[in-house]
Design a protein around this ligand. Structure first.
Ligand SMILES: Cc1cc2nc3c(=O)[nH]c(=O)nc-3n(C[C@H](O)[C@H](O)[C@H](O)COP(=O)(O)O)c2cc1C
Length: 210
């Protein structure tokens, strides 16, 4: 049986970015259970509704939308820019959310790990991403939250992580199970939820699990 797939979206475009190094560590841990695919956001022109028609649509938008649609789940690894997510990441969310009615993110289980050079672990980026994710119907893993602070002390020049951080990464990836956490309504897969009339409200979560 083929493994479910997970698309990894890295929030930084920087060549030597910590985000990418962290994402590589996470992908190695996820590879046992998932087919891991890195989704490129660097080549996406800034979203502009005027271009979103057959004649003008950038090819990279089409490719990215298809790639997002094709994966079973998504993992975001991001730094914080000015207490929010980097513009390139927000742009990627916007690109694959359109055209209206064809939101490619909808129903995907997701998780986010943010980090920072300072102490706060990219809390602002993480929370802003979660805010957009809820609008996009990405079913974000709630716990454990992953805010990795003071990255310089945790990763050496070769990109190797210290043992404690690696242990945390293992817990984080182990908690991310598509079947266990994906559906806000136990027993109903996100894919079927997307097609059904059932809306994951607190009330029906309570009813289904009681
Ligand atoms: C435009 C800009 C804004 C930044 N704002 C924040 C911030 O709000 N909080 C923070 O912890 N770090 C901030 N930083 C520092 C980045 O988190 C740091 O440069 C990080 O290494 C970038 O991620 P990368 O290594 O994956 O490229 C900012 C950096 C840039 C370039």
């Amino acid at each position: 049986m083929s493994k479910p797939s997970i698309g990894v979206v890295v929030g930084s475009l920087r060549r030597d970015s910590f985000s990418r190094k962290l994402a590589l560590h996470l992908s190695r841990l996820l590879e046992e259970k998932y087919d891991v695919k890195f989704l490129d956001i660097a080549s996406l022109p800034m979203f502009n509704e005027d271009l979103d028609n057959e004649a003008d649509i950038p090819q990279s938008w089409q490719v990215f939308r298809q790639e997002v649609k094709a994966v079973d789940a998504v993992l975001f690894v991001t730094p914080e820019y000015n207490r929010s997510m980097p513009a390139a990441l927000k742009n990627a969310l916007d690109v694959a959310s359109r055209p209206w009615g064809k939101n490619a993110w909808s129903g995907k289980p997701g998780a986010v790990l943010s980090f920072s050079v300072g102490k706060l672990g990219g809390f602002g980026a993480n929370q802003h991403l979660r805010q957009s994710a809820s609008c996009l119907n990405i079913l974000m893993m709630q716990q454990p939250e992953a805010y990795v602070g003071e990255i310089y002390g945790l990763m050496d020049k070769s990109g190797a992580l210290d043992e404690k951080t690696l242990e945390f990464m293992k817990k984080f990836t182990a908690a991310f199970t598509i079947s266990g956490m994906a559906s806000p309504i136990p027993g109903i897969s996100p894919a079927s939820l997307e097609k059904s009339d059932i809306k994951p409200t607190l009330t029906n979560i309570f009813l289904k699990s009681s």
